[in-house]
Design a protein around this ligand. Structure first.
Ligand SMILES: Cc1cc2nc3c(=O)[nH]c(=O)nc-3n(C[C@H](O)[C@H](O)[C@H](O)COP(=O)(O)OP(=O)(O)OC[C@H]3O[C@@H](n4cnc5c(N)ncnc54)[C@H](O)[C@@H]3O)c2cc1C
Length: 394
């Protein structure tokens, strides 16, 4: 993937465009996360020219797989999503199969540690496997992103390009974007798929004409799944906790991490990760160094002295990421409720479809929701095209 705003062609045929490229695409997808990439793949398969506009310097959005130095990696640790449940989420299971990606079961063999109170010793329980297992992708969830890029030949992708404003202009939409070098450009599209969390879209993009009040209220009230959270990783030379009969899973009412898991990769890079339970504002005032210190301290408390010397630690605070979270997400911990009523009403209905995970009527907020939301958004766009080209008899 290109980090800069340069024009390249890779083996998959995807085009990363430079500042001189003419910008008048047909269907524009805002956001190159899982939903945006799935939408692009489906449009390519339907022979529709699609353009992805992504504000970050890389694709994947909340999918973020890095090596122990924190660099994007084809075999690393998932600072964003790591699990999917194909038995309950057949859509993403099918996608993984279609893309031919190897997967493995989340490691859970061994005892679970439970910390109830700081003045009590922790307790060990035999782990009980309930329901279908959580699955992980070999190489990390970023494998999905790389495979999708290969599966959208001819697609156009603008990186470091952030949508600022959308304006209706007759049958078209004018999209004002800011590019990495600070310059502005205007793209024209007939259809826009906004594969961005609705709350972020409402907070960061100006609409002309303005959205109706009910739409604004609904988008604002839709929490972006996991946006308030932070993940901490400690990478080790070997998964030493397994020698002691521990699974790596721990639950804690003491903190700072209420939930810890084995994050060892399919290739054998050993790691533990935990969700940081300290609220976003407190995390910000504690600072990254102190957060790493207290999280590591908890791992030493639970897993012993060997946990004290990781090869590396990684911390990703999603609440501090302006391309995922808004200020509201720092305090709102809710999960979006599935809802199949239209996300866009009024004058914008004809040219704009929301397609991010949070808008899915099934598994909203999850990877599976992103796959389904993209499918529905593309179906809407294709229908719109059929209708506008071949008007139905009244
Ligand atoms: C810590 C964490 C753990 C998670 N764990 C799991 C898990 O185990 N299993 C699971 O199923 N789900 C999990 N999730 C949720 C999962 O990550 C999301 O469901 C999924 O990645 C959402 O994909 P998306 O494409 O809808 O949105 P995103 O991935 O958020 O993509 C939106 C994209 O839009 C871009 N963008 C935003 N604004 C603009 C703009 N104005 N102009 C241009 N581009 C813009 C962003 O940069 C981003 O790339 C987790 C999420 C987090 C943060």
């Amino acid at each position: 993937m290109s980090e800069g705003f340069v024009c390249i062609r890779d083996a998959g045929g995807i085009r990363f465009l430079d500042a001189t490229t003419r910008m008048n695409p047909n269907v524009v997808i805002i956001g190159g996360g899982l939903a945006g990439l799935c939408a692009c793949r489906l449009l390519c398969a339907a022979g529709i020219e699609a353009t992805v506009v992504e504000a970050r310097g890389h694709l994947g959005g909340r999918i973020l797989t890095v090596d122990e130095n924190g660099q994007l990696s084809a075999d690393g640790f998932d600072l964003g999503p790591s699990w999917y449940w194909p038995a309950m989420q057949p859509g993403i299971g099918r996608l993984v199969d279609e893309l031919g990606l190897p997967a493995f079961v989340q490691h859970s063999a061994g005892d679970v540690v439970f910390e109830r109170m700081s003045r009590e010793p922790s307790q060990r329980y035999r782990s009980v496997v309930e329901g279908p297992p959580a699955m992980r992708l070999a190489g990390g969830s970023g494998a999905l992103v790389r495979a999708l890029i290969r599966a959208m030949p001819g697609a156009r992708v603008f990186l470091n390009t952030r949508l600022r404003e959308m304006a209706l202009d007759g049958d078209e939409v004018k999209l004002t974007v800011t590019r990495g070098d600070g310059s502005e450009a205007v793209l024209t599209a007939t259809q826009v798929i906004a594969a961005v969390p609705p709350r972020l879209l409402e907070a960061s993009v100006k609409f002309t004409p303005v959205l109706d009040t009910l739409t604004v209220q609904r988008w604002r009230a839709t929490p972006t799944w996991m946006a308030p959270h932070a993940k901490f990783f400690a990478v080790y030379d070997r998964p030493f906790w397994r020698d002691a009969g521990l699974s790596g899973t721990a639950q804690s009412m003491v903190g700072p991490m209420p939930e810890i898991h084995d994050a060892t990769t399919a290739s054998g890079q050993a790691a533990l990760f935990g969700f940081v339970g300290i609220p976003a504002d407190q995390r910000a005032s504690l600072g990254e160094e102190e957060l790493r210190r207290v999280c590591l301290g908890q791992l030493v408390r639970i897993y012993g002295a060997e946990a004290r010397t990781p090869r590396a630690t990684l911390l990703k605070d999603w609440a501090a990421d302006p391309l995922t979270a808004t200020l509201t997400d720092r305090i709102d911990m809710g999960h979006v409720a599935p809802d199949s009523t239209p996300w866009v009403t009024g004058v914008w209905q004809r040219n704009l479809v929301l397609g991010g995970s949070e808008t899915s009527p099934v598994e909203p907020g999850y990877l599976a929701g992103a796959v389904e939301a993209a499918r529905l958004a593309v179906a809407r766009v294709l229908n719109e095209k059929v209708t506008s080209r071949h008007p139905q008899p009244q």
